[in-house]
Design a protein around this ligand. Structure first.
Ligand SMILES: [Zn+2]
Length: 272
């Protein structure tokens, strides 16, 4: 599942490649993933120019010069692929955006995603998007900021970090190593964390996500130019490594249920 390193990369590639292009046509074969009819899409986006592409947590927002926004959530994953001309486009897709210069991009959701058309006002009030917190790659995500959002909280640290209204962009994939590097049990209460725990956690979030960013994201995810990332299972410290030895102390890594998800932990290094 795409998380911040993958989404960040693809949104930056889209920005660099698509800025200034004018939309010529749009194809949507899976109407369930969108919020307006294809007829409305065509009316509102054809002829508009791409002004910017940003990420808001795990959402990718394409801003058009006419006050419209295309908000994309890849859900469990998607191939979002650029093509220089239609002869080179992917065979399978549910969405295709075509530009005046003949280039375009296709989206194929692996499971189910969202592709919404919103005015600036609708985007600012969309319940799924409006409250998304800043992500750890944002320059405003400082240690002081992180400390301030934890202040007075009593929830378990993993569920706090998974909530996109607190910190955006982190999902289950990178969480295991983030908590392991900080020596924190996923069910540890924030109110029981020391100042050192918070410092370790902040550093761990930054270093785990940056390490993946340097490796161009997860190996099973493709970027905008059909290239896979280089972050493989070998790069995880304890994530998805049940029954293998902890790289730090040698204890056997176990998986536990935390809420609806699984967490991989070292029971020796991460005590509750
Ligand atoms: Zn250990």
């Amino acid at each position: 599942m795409a998380e911040l390193p993958e989404i960040f990369k693809i949104s930056r590639q889209m920005k660099e490649t698509l800025n200034g292009k004018i939309i010529k046509d749009i194809v949507i074969t899976q109407e369930k993933c969108t919020n307006v009819t294809l007829e409305d899409w065509k009316k509102r986006v054809i002829g508009a120019q791409i002004q910017d592409v940003i990420n808001k947590g795990k959402w990718i927002v394409t801003k058009l010069n006419n006050g419209e926004n295309i908000a994309l959530s890849v859900g469990m994953g998607a191939d979002v692929l650029f093509f220089e001309n239609e002869k080179k486009q992917a065979d399978k897709y549910q969405i295709k955006v075509l530009f005046k210069d003949g280039s375009g991009y296709t989206i194929r959701f692996w499971w189910f995603g969202k592709f919404l058309l919103c005015t600036d006002e609708e985007l600012a009030s969309n319940p799924e998007i409006k409250d998304i917190a800043i992500d750890p790659f944002d320059s405003k995500f400082t240690f002081e900021y992180f400390t301030s959002i934890l202040k007075g909280k009593r929830t378990q640290i993993k569920s706090f970090l998974m909530n996109q209204r607190n910190v955006s962009g982190i999902g289950n994939a990178y969480m295991h190593d983030i908590l392991f590097k900080a020596r924190l049990h996923p069910q540890k209460k924030i109110s029981d964390m020391t100042a050192e725990d918070i410092k370790n956690l902040y550093n761990s979030i930054i270093s785990v996500l940056n390490f993946s960013r340097e490796k161009d994201g997860l190996a099973y995810e493709k970027d905008f130019f059909d290239k896979n990332g280089k972050y493989t299972i070998d790069d995880f410290l304890i994530g998805y490594k049940e029954k293998r030895p902890c790289p730090s102390c040698g204890e056997t890594i176990i998986s536990i249920k935390t809420g609806s998800a699984t967490s991989f932990i070292c029971p020796n290094c991460q005590k509750i």
